[in-house]
Design a protein around this ligand. Structure first.
Ligand code: SAM
Length: 235
């Protein structure tokens, strides 16, 4: 019997710049001058807010083939579905958001900020395509972020999708990628994490799990850092 949030599809839910800073332990001042890619950015406002602060960010998502009106029509129903389901679940910690109403305010702020920016910058800041392929040059980005797509949807996205996506993300990233969270909606460590870090096809990459002080989905207080260069052999 599942205890966590049950979703039959990847939902359109967006986070804010502030939440990304906490998820990925980012130092905004250190991002200046870096080319940042937000993969599966959806209706999050990281890209819009980053540009407002003078940062260089590109957002990528399969929904950016849709018009503003088509995306807008999905925002509130997906948000209602999640906020209504989440309140009583044992798999969430409420220290940060305090209540479902405050969580809803964060998500609404994110998607409204996103929609205003998408209206102006679709096709330039907001680029479409579908993982496990990315429409970017080798090493185009210094830092790539992936929030709430890989690992957490392990019941819908298979191991091959994760492996190919990580390869492709690192093809377009010359610095490092960070992926968050590392648990499924059941708040359990994703079963792909260990095989991925020992996958012979990814031996050109180095993996590190970094602990943070942010936890909403239980046990989600860490992200995966991926860099070029192989990991030292385990003792
Ligand atoms: C839960 S949302 C996360 C949005 C954002 N990263 C955040 O944390 O606020 C997941 C996003 O993944 C996108 N997505 C799902 N499958 C994808 C794929 N194969 N390629 C690109 N984007 C995908 C969905 O369209 C959706 O916008």
């Amino acid at each position: 019997m599942k205890q966590g949030l049950v979703l039959d599809k990847v939902v359109l839910l967006g986070r804010t710049f502030e939440e990304y800073v906490r998820y990925f332990a980012l130092d905004p001042a250190a991002l200046r001058g870096q080319a940042i890619l937000d993969v599966a950015a959806g209706v999050g406002s990281f890209c819009a807010e980053a540009h407002a602060q003078g940062l260089n960010s590109t957002a990528f998502d399969l929904i950016y083939e849709l018009s503003l009106e088509e995306i807008e029509a999905r925002c509130q129903p997906d948000l209602d579905q999640v906020v209504n389901a989440i309140g009583g679940l044992p798999t969430y910690r409420w220290e940060f958001y305090k209540s479902p109403a405050e969580l809803r305010r964060y998500r609404e702020r994110a998607y409204k900020t996103f929609l205003a920016d998408y209206r102006l910058h679709r096709g330039t800041r907001y680029l479409t395509g579908k993982l496990p392929r990315l429409p970017f040059r080798d090493g185009q980005f210094d830092l790539t972020l992936v929030s709430y797509l890989l690992f957490v949807y392990e019941d819908q996205l298979d191991y091959a999708f994760h492996q190919q996506s990580v390869r492709e993300i690192m093809r377009v990233t010359k610095g490092e990628a960070r992926v968050y969270p590392l648990v499924s909606f059941e708040a359990k460590r994703c079963s792909y994490l260990d095989p991925l870090q020992h996958d012979p096809d990814l031996r050109h990459l180095r993996f590190e799990e970094v602990t943070t002080d942010f936890e909403f989905l239980a046990n989600s207080n860490s992200f995966l850092r991926i860099q070029h260069g192989s990991s030292p052999p385990s003792p």
